[in-house]
Design a binder for this molecule. Structure first.
Ligand SMILES: [Zn+2]
Length: 570
């Protein structure tokens, strides 16, 4: 038994996430957490919402709500959806928690003590009417390149030219509409990442077996161009963690907050403190402090490829640079993008399926299975309705669901609603047991290596073995000439249903529970030894025929959904 700390990249607060976001971090992290728990390991699985920064302020303003209230509401929405998808977080925290405020201020203080923070004077647009500095997205004006009249301070959405606020013609504040703007000098803190370059490179080089996707992105940022750059960690905003040097004020930094990229990953640690405060655990330090027992913890992070630079460089600078004994990540599992039906998911155009919509049309397991078995690991992958329909109807309905239904219904009609006693196993059963043992060991290896698609393929192959066995031995035919032999075949098949429920639980937890309930057992012991696992339900053990485990998707539904989610609203 080992100890596993698992974190999923934390979703931003400003809206409901689409299925591409889900499969890029939270869902595979949940698969891994569930698998490790099923194998008897001690697991702490954490996720949270990322709540600070300009986009949260803008979204709150659009919703006509104070930003704190908006974030609290959206946290509820995201927590409920996570629950709907059966994401088994030990805690779902918030980066706006007091724990994260304190810890972020602590890290800034110790990094300053270590000489890793410098102050920089910059000029920034100030709005007298609003009484504040304006981030780039709060300034709009006419694009000097194409004449578009709503170009933002950082970019023109019409011609895509990158802009500085001073480039805009007739710039105005998007908060008040005021044109009374001026450039003013303001001071910011920079994290001296460049100082840590060699130490980072040495650390990355000693990480064993990291995916190429992860290390290649990290190396690119370390070495391309002028190498790793220092980065601003403060903003002139109201909403965020107030800049302090530990518990002390930071002279000259009054009214400023830490930049969201600095405080968001620190929430991984703060989340474990929230977990303790919520009464779900009693010691966060044994997961995070190597001087307090975290030495034997294996820490795995899950994220989309766009988050890799922050997790391989910026957050490790915070951890390593502090000089304190914090736990560093052991393995980073990163994902490419999931595309949607020949294009990209688009929040603004309502293109693709979002988490709330998905659960409105089908239960979580249908999505979990498709998304995980098509996870964008080695390259981007694509959701199409045709593929989704085929995968659900074939893998889930025909192979797994139909097996459970056929076996239990046959037993009920020819024997009773209890495991039959007669007959003994022969060469057919030995062959199945040997093949199944090989396939399960392969499944475990892929799961331990976090090879998500290969794990799904091995699991599907294990389901297929049961179907092939049933086709070959055909108990409905055997029964006519040798009912005892048919009884033995069905006894094995009923036990296979329990075995499938146990090993499939990380992928499809609800179906797993439904099948275990039908088999009237709580025995979730992992089939380390297949022959004894196939004797777990003894002769005479009562069961019930399950309701339909997975239904098929019709062609009409597929066509309807394809049209509904094609994206029209602007
Ligand atoms: Zn333009």
């Amino acid at each position: 038994m080992a100890r596993h700390l698992i974190t999923s990249a934390i979703p931003y607060i400003n809206g409901i996430k689409h299925l591409g976001n889900l499969v890029g971090s939270q869902l595979p992290a949940d698969l891994y957490a569930r698998y490790l728990r099923a194998r008897g390991h001690e697991v702490l699985f954490l996720c949270a919402t990322d709540e600070h920064g300009t986009p949260a302020e803008l979204a709150a303003a659009k919703a006509g709500k104070p930003v704190a209230e908006y974030c609290a509401e959206m946290w509820e929405v995201q927590a409920k959806l996570a629950d709907g998808f059966r994401l088994s977080f030990d805690h779902f925290g918030r980066s706006s928690s007091t724990q994260n405020h304190k810890l972020t201020q602590h890290f800034a203080g110790v990094l300053a003590d270590q000489g890793l923070i410098r102050e920089v004077s910059e000029t920034q647009m100030y709005s007298k009417a609003d009484g504040r500095y304006l981030p780039d997205r709060y300034i709009e004006g006419t694009c000097p390149n194409c004449g578009f009249d709503s170009a933002r301070g950082d970019q023109c959405d019409n011609c895509t030219k990158q802009l500085d606020p001073v480039d805009l013609i007739n710039p105005h504040s998007t908060i008040s509409g005021s044109t009374d703007l001026e450039m003013r000098e303001t001071k910011h803190l920079y994290l001296r990442q460049s100082e840590m370059k060699d130490q980072l490179e040495e650390w990355i080089d000693t990480r064993e077996g990291w995916p190429v996707l992860t290390t290649s992105i990290a190396k690119k940022w370390l070495n391309d161009g002028d190498g790793l750059q220092d980065r601003g960690i403060t903003r002139d905003l109201d909403w965020g963690v107030p800049v302090q040097r530990g518990d002390e004020p930071w002279p000259g930094m009054e009214g400023k907050v830490f930049y969201v990229w600095f405080d968001a990953p620190i929430e991984y640690i703060a989340c474990s403190q929230e977990w303790v405060e919520a009464g779900k655990g009693d010691d966060w330090a044994r997961w995070w402090r190597t001087d307090k027992g975290a030495d034997d913890v294996r820490y795995t992070q899950f994220m989309g490829k766009d988050n890799v630079p922050f997790h391989t460089l910026s957050f490790p600078v915070t951890i390593l640079g502090s000089g304190e004994p914090w736990k560093l990540v052991d393995y980073i599992k990163s994902f490419n993008y999931l595309n949607y039906d020949g294009g990209q998911f688009s929040t603004s155009r309502g293109r693709g399926v979002f988490m709330d919509q998905a659960l409105e049309i089908l239960p979580a397991d249908y999505w979990r299975w498709w998304l995980l078995s098509h996870a964008p690991e080695s390259s981007d992958s694509e959701f199409t309705w045709e593929n989704f329909q085929i995968s659900v109807n074939k893998d889930l309905a025909d192979v797994l669901g139909n097996f459970a239904s056929r076996v239990t219904k046959f037993c009920r009609s020819k024997f009773s609603e209890a495991v039959p006693e007669a007959g003994t196993y022969g060469p057919d059963e030995d062959r199945l047991i040997a093949a199944l043992t090989d396939k399960l060991r392969e499944y475990e290896q892929h799961m331990e290596a976090i090879e998500v698609r290969k794990s799904a393929a091995a699991l599907r192959a294990a389901w297929v073995l049961g179907n092939e066995y049933l086709q070959e031995v055909a108990p409905w035919t055997t029964f006519k000439t040798d009912p005892d032999k048919a009884a033995a075949q069905i006894r094995l098949a009923l036990n296979l249903i329990r075995l499938y429920a146990v090993v499939s639980a990380p992928f499809i937890p609800d179906a797993s529970k439904q099948l275990l309930d039908a088999m009237q057992t709580d025995d979730r012991n992992w089939p380390d030894d297949v022959p004894s696992a196939l004797a777990a339900l003894p002769a005479g053990h009562a069961f019930a025929v399950p309701e339909v485990t997975f239904r098929k998707i019709t062609d009409d539904e597929r066509a309807e959904w394809q049209e509904r989610f094609a994206g029209v609203r602007e």
